[in-house]
Design a protein around this ligand. Structure first.
Ligand code: HEC
Ligand code: HEC
Ligand code: HEC
Ligand code: HEC
Length: 412
């Protein structure tokens, strides 16, 4: 048995109180289903398994043998990578999760049926039992985190575009649009429209067909993060006349040609000849967009030319997107709550070190799609991309798990 005391923070953090309130309400609501539920869970009650006696642990073990070992192993190390290891996990966390399954706060899995009819005492004991075991060590079969960099991937995938669109998306070729200073959402939609033929251009279709959806989003991000600059192409026409004529456009494309709507392209610094071609194409219907068709139809050739000169001369601005965090930067954020390398020292927060990678991936997706709820994790998970989730799961599953040392109260 372990000898050192567990560190207990008796002051509940605010967010935890919010969760406890949610849990308490849900427990009350489900009180009829849960056989021995007291119906009033108070913050602080989650610490009960920390005071388990030797006898309690023995009872917890008996229960585990009967009801849990088939999936979680009697040693708390699961039979499958989609099932969480329980050995050495923080006891109050385990107890809270068992209550959450009972209250319907976690997605309905085989687990829900297993714990539905267990008494509160049984949950405390079985949580204490699994927490007292030696944690799993990193699984050599777990996938390794990759040093994947979406921007580098975008740069690589756009190598074949540079000849026309410029190295960093600043066009030098009249008639070819610059791709800098455009929102990734607009760029992604434009590329997909060419690929499926909604936007008709045989050249662009053949250029984009080999790209996967992931390539397309990486390319869009790469261009959006490049330093903006005006297209290095001529812009004949009367800028001042163009400015006056553009009053009706600024509501959508911005006062200075910088749009604040991610689906409406900015026009500042765009190649003039491309703007002319785009407006003509909207007018003729060769490029389909109802809004732009009716607006462009009202423009004569002179107005089109002047407006393109006006927009081409404006300064493009950086897009409001940030470089995605690297795996190390994410880990630093996660470790603030989950402890150094996922070895949590707050007993209400789960340890992640040595946990099964597939399980970690699944729960992060569950937080993301809302089927598992948590005030701390829901917003956090929204910010993660699929690559981040795979990498973080791989990273934590490969960390060495440290048991929290815990005191066992002697039996009566
Ligand atoms: C039929 C297989 C099965 C059995 C039997 C089973 N579990 Fe589970 N358990 C799972 C699966 C699968 C999950 C993950 C479910 C999810 O994603 O919410 C899980 C999740 C858990 C979790 C959440 C762990 C975490 O890190 O959040 C706890 C706690 C748990 N089980 C405890 C138990 C206990 C205690 C028993 C016995 C009373 C038990 N389980 C029986 C399959 C099982
Ligand atoms: C041979 C020259 C050429 C190459 C190579 C090329 N493009 Fe283009 N691209 C064009 C031209 C010309 C247009 C304007 C087509 C139109 O009028 O719809 C265009 C339009 C676009 C647009 C629409 C921009 C907007 O403002 O709506 C995007 C996005 C784009 N290209 C991305 C790419 C990507 C990504 C690649 C590389 C995989 C690529 N292009 C390769 C010439 C090229
Ligand atoms: C109601 C909003 C709205 C107004 C007003 C508007 N636009 Fe647009 N514009 C859009 C949207 C949305 C698109 C993207 C359509 C598409 O996907 O083809 C667009 C596309 C364009 C493009 C193509 C840019 C590119 O990168 O391919 C040009 C050029 C353009 N608009 C010029 C104008 C001009 C000039 C005016 C004023 C006469 C104007 N727009 C008024 C919404 C608007
Ligand atoms: C503000 C504190 C906080 C931060 C920051 C945080 N977490 Fe959590 N995390 C929690 C809490 C609390 C839980 C338990 C929530 C619950 O009951 O569902 C949790 C649960 C989890 C779980 C479920 C573990 C299990 O055994 O089921 C995973 C996986 C997880 N977090 C991963 C992460 C990752 C990856 C990050 C960084 C991107 C992160 N967390 C950042 C507090 C945090």
């Amino acid at each position: 048995m372990r000898t050192e005391h567990m560190r207990i923070n008796r002051k509940s953090p605010v967010t935890f109180s919010a969760w406890a309130a949610l849990l308490s309400a849900a427990v009350l609501f489900h009180a009829q289903d849960a056989t021995a539920q007291s119906g009033s869970f108070k913050p602080g009650d989650e610490l009960r398994p920390l005071y388990a006696t030797i006898d309690d642990l023995a009872e917890g073990k008996r229960l585990a043998e009967q009801s849990c070992a088939a999936c979680h192993g009697l040693n708390g190390i699961s039979i499958d990578r989609v099932i969480p290891n329980l050995a050495g996990q923080r006891a109050p966390y385990l107890y809270l999760e068992l209550l959450a399954y009972q209250a319907g706060l976690r997605p309905d899995t085989p687990m829900t049926a297993k714990v539905k009819f267990l008494s509160d005492d049984a949950l405390v004991k079985v949580a204490a039992y699994f927490a007292s075991l030696d944690p799993a060590q990193p699984d050599p079969a777990a996938s390794a985190p990759s040093n994947f960099d979406p921007i580098q991937a975008g740069k690589t995938a756009s190598a074949s575009c540079a000849g026309c669109h410029g190295d960093v998306g600043i066009s030098k070729m009249p008639g070819t649009p610059s791709l800098v200073a455009l929102d990734p959402q607009y760029l992604t939609a434009a590329m997909k429209a060419y690929r499926i033929g909604n936007r008709k251009n045989d050249l662009m279709k053949s250029m984009l067909t080999p790209l996967s959806d992931a390539d397309i989003s990486h390319v869009a991000l790469f261009y959006a993060l490049q330093k903006p600059g005006r297209a290095q192409t001529p812009a004949p026409g009367d800028k001042d006349a163009g400015k006056a004529a553009s009053a009706s456009c600024s509501g959508c494309h911005g006062d200075e040609g910088v749009s604040s709507n991610p689906n409406t392209p900015s026009l500042a610094g765009q190649d003039a000849q491309y703007i002319v071609a785009a407006l003509r194409a909207y007018k003729s219907g060769a490029r389909s967009d109802e809004t732009m068709k009716s607006l462009a139809s009202a423009l004569d050739e002179m107005a089109i030319k002047n407006m393109s000169a006006y927009y081409a001369a404006l300064n493009p601005q950086p897009v409001n997107v940030r470089k995605p965090l690297s795996a190390e930067e994410w880990v630093a954020r996660c470790d603030r709550c989950h402890g150094v390398n996922g070895n949590s020292i707050n007993v209400r927060f789960p340890a992640l070190a040595g946990q099964n990678d597939k399980y970690l991936e699944n729960v992060l997706h569950a937080y993301q799609n809302g089927s598992r709820r948590s005030p701390e994790m829901s917003a956090m998970a929204q910010a993660l991309g699929d690559d981040d989730i795979r990498n973080l799961a791989a990273y934590y599953s490969r960390q060495k798990a440290k048991a929290v040392l815990f005191m066992v109260v002697p039996g009566k």
